[in-house]
Design a protein around this ligand. Structure first.
Ligand code: FAD
Length: 287
């Protein structure tokens, strides 16, 4: 871009890039975001999938963007981002027409991000699980207690949004393993193995494996980071609620883009740039 200059250039305009750009812009930098697509948002964009003529969001289906400090730091609601939070957070329907319905056991204040527990939802969730297996409901109740007593949910959520631990800092996994709550085999087990280790009913095993796909896009044979497994264990009987972005997931990207524009930053589509410079060259060749 011979006619523009930036303090920071970000290649790829996905959600992580947009959040990074917001904080750079707030610190006085003029940021240029370049993406190979026509629009910002990365995996928050919709594509023609799974078949021609069908448009759907490829990755982000439910969103926990309410955990992201940028939502509050930049008041993204003023740029059109509106989140709604349905009470049930996840459900599975089985072939025999029975179902497990799970309600978020925390309520989020979307003005501040502050969360408060909803104990009556935990009771409701355990009852829904007990309809499939009383033993599995007991397992979930045990883990819900461990999560509450040790503040594990908050620790894992913080870990999710914190840069990697430095050499001299405490590692959260070590801290968790030292409590003795976690079976030492778990860090080496796949999601599927863990499902069978934890639960006796096929319903809860398949729900656990499905949650792996929902949470991290991982398949049952994946051995994922223990923290993700624990996050999943803690979510079986509730945990964080979910939110839906009104107007579609892509509206979150729009809101961030608008906030960035208001701070003087730019989004540049590489495809558009190439096309327009190609047109220029073609036009110049004509004369
Ligand atoms: C199967 C699946 C399901 C998911 N479900 C959810 C969910 O339900 N809820 C949720 O919140 N999150 C979900 N996620 C996660 C979420 O989609 C990602 O965390 C998020 O999109 C990551 O953002 P990012 O900015 O790191 O990367 P991306 O969103 O992947 O953005 C990368 C951007 O870089 C651009 N790019 C790449 N290479 C170049 C290049 N050479 N030059 C220029 N541009 C380039 C791409 O076009 C893209 O726009 C899911 C992810 C997957 C894979």
């Amino acid at each position: 871009m011979p006619d523009k200059s930036y303090d920071a250039v970000i290649v790829g305009g996905g959600s992580n890039a947009l959040v990074t750009a917001l904080y750079l812009a707030r610190n006085g930098m003029k940021v240029g975001i370049f993406d190979r697509r026509y629009e910002v948002g990365g995996e928050f964009c919709s594509d023609e999938l799974p078949s021609p003529g069908f448009i759907m969001n490829t990755c982000a289906t439910f969103i926990r963007f309410f955990l992201c400090p940028a939502l509050y730091d930049f008041n993204l609601r003023q740029y059109g981002l509106q989140l709604v939070m349905p009470e049930p957070s996840q459900s599975v329907i089985f072939d025999d027409e029975s179902a497990i319905v799970i309600y978020g056991t925390k309520k989020v204040d979307l003005e501040t991000g502050k969360m408060t527990p909803v104990p009556e939802h935990l009771e409701k969730n355990l009852k829904s699980i007990a309809d499939q297996s009383v033993q599995d409901a007991d397992t979930c109740a045990k883990w819900a207690n461990i999560f509450r007593e040790k503040g594990l949910g908050e620790k894992i959520e913080k870990w999710l949004y914190t840069p990697p631990t430095l050499e001299n800092e405490k590692v959260l996994i070590d801290e968790i393993m030292a409590t003795g709550d976690v079976d030492p085999r778990w860090p080496y087990m796949s999601i599927g193995e863990l499902a069978y280790d934890l639960f006796e009913s096929d319903a809860m095993r398949s729900y656990f494996m499905r949650l792996g796909q929902g949470h991290t896009g991982s398949y049952p044979m994946t051995v994922q980071n223990l923290m993700f497994n624990l996050h999943q264990v803690g979510s079986m009987a509730g945990g964080l609620p979910v939110s839906i972005s009104v107007g579609g997931t892509h509206n979150m990207a729009h809101a961030m883009q608008k906030a960035l524009s208001s701070m003087g930053s730019d989004f540049l589509s590489i495809v558009k740039l190439i096309r327009s410079s190609w047109k220029m060259e073609k036009r110049q060749a004509l004369f």
